[in-house]
Design a protein around this ligand. Structure first.
Ligand code: G3H
Ligand code: 13P
Ligand code: ZN
Length: 320
């Protein structure tokens, strides 16, 4: 059966590795991810956003994930990503998910606490675990200046009170990651000798301060795709246009995985791998029109990407 994340996170915390939480919205994505994790004996979180749930529909996603579970002997948790309100969390709890995120990070503190507590009470009564978020990820569209950006990082002095009052099982924090494939503007970055954009480093000082205040408590990193140059290059060389796409460098993610960070969210990297496979296919084979031909190439790159993440970034191989 699908599992929750309690045991996964405990082992990951103690073992100094992290579990990959990969966003899914169709069969090929589920297959690419679970084929890699199955072969590498890695525990896995498959997560579904509200948009993905609307696109593929709840039942299809639950059954696709259950199918993956039937043919792979690994623990898999099915998680709601960025639940916006109580109702969507309840629908996923009632509908077979084993974990939900209630994202009240944009709300005033006391409202975030009240909402997370309400979801945690309902979820726990149904054997489901809950992730909440404190602090807000910078989006490059906000065009934030440094002091405004500073204010959106998680405040370490709030975390203990938050987890005690809400009873949530894990906490997503803001330490400089960001959603999407364009995490930083070129102006926010420096360039290395090869002209490659180097983003500002994550705030490990804030992470360490948080760890000290809630030792043993599982931390989650959103917006943690590395925007792997290989796939961006394939996209750009095969008819795409994604100049200055930039993600979180892998050495920083590896460092995070060894710390209290137990869950690392990855969506943009999957989108890039899938798109790279499909674009490359069409450039080589302009006459093809059978979806199985081009979707297999997308699925193959997803499998390759996830295997790379598990072995080289998360360290979760062999932990199933
Ligand atoms: O955190 C956001 C995830 O990448 C999901 O994105 O809402 O477009 O499905 P989405
Ligand atoms: P990326 O856009 O960096 O893949 O982040 C995904 C995420 O945080 C999903 O919740
Ligand atoms: Zn996210």
């Amino acid at each position: 059966p699908l599992v929750g994340t309690k045991e996964m996170f405990k082992k990951a915390y103690d073992g100094g590795y992290a579990i990959g939480a990969f966003n899914v919205n169709n069969m090929e994505i589920v297959q690419g991810i679970t084929d890699a994790a199955g072969e590498l004996k890695s525990p896995l979180i498959l997560q579904v956003s509200a948009g993905a749930r609307k696109y593929a529909r709840h039942e299809y996603l639950v059954h696709l994930v259950k199918a993956a579970l039937e043919i792979n002997d690994i623990p898999i948790a099915l998680h709601l990503d960025h639940g916006a309100d109580f109702d969507i969390c309840k629908a996923c709890i009632d509908g077979g998910f084993t974990s939900v995120m209630i994202d009240g990070s944009h709300l005033p503190y006391t409202e975030n606490v009240a909402l997370a507590k309400r979801v945690a009470e309902y979820a726990h009564a149904h054997g489901v675990v809950v992730e909440a978020e404190l602090g807000q990820l910078a989006g490059i569209e906000d065009d934030v200046n440094v002091s405004a950006e500073d204010a959106s990082y998680t405040k370490p002095e709030e975390v203990q009170d938050f987890v005690e009052k809400t009873g949530v099982d894990s906490l997503a924090i803001a330490i400089g990651t960001s959603h999407g494939a364009f995490k930083f503007t070129p102006e926010q970055c420096t360039r290395n000798a090869d002209g490659v954009l180097v983003p500002p480093p994550l705030r490990f000082d804030i992470l360490e301060e948080i760890e000290k205040r809630i030792p043993g408590f599982p931390i989650v990193l959103h917006g943690a795709s590395s925007v792997i140059p290989k796939y961006v290059k394939i996209i750009n060389e095969n008819g795409g246009h994604m100049p200055d796409a930039v993600g979180i460098p892998e050495d920083q993610l590896r460092r995070a995985a060894k710390s209290a960070v137990c869950k690392i969210n990855i969506d943009s990297d999957l989108r890039l791998a899938m798109t790279a496979g499909i674009r490359e296919h069409f450039k080589k084979e302009p006459s093809h029109f059978d979806p199985r031909q081009y979707l297999s190439d997308g699925r193959n790159y997803i499998k390759e990407l996830v295997a790379h993440k598990i072995k080289e970034v998360l360290g979760s191989d062999g932990k199933a």
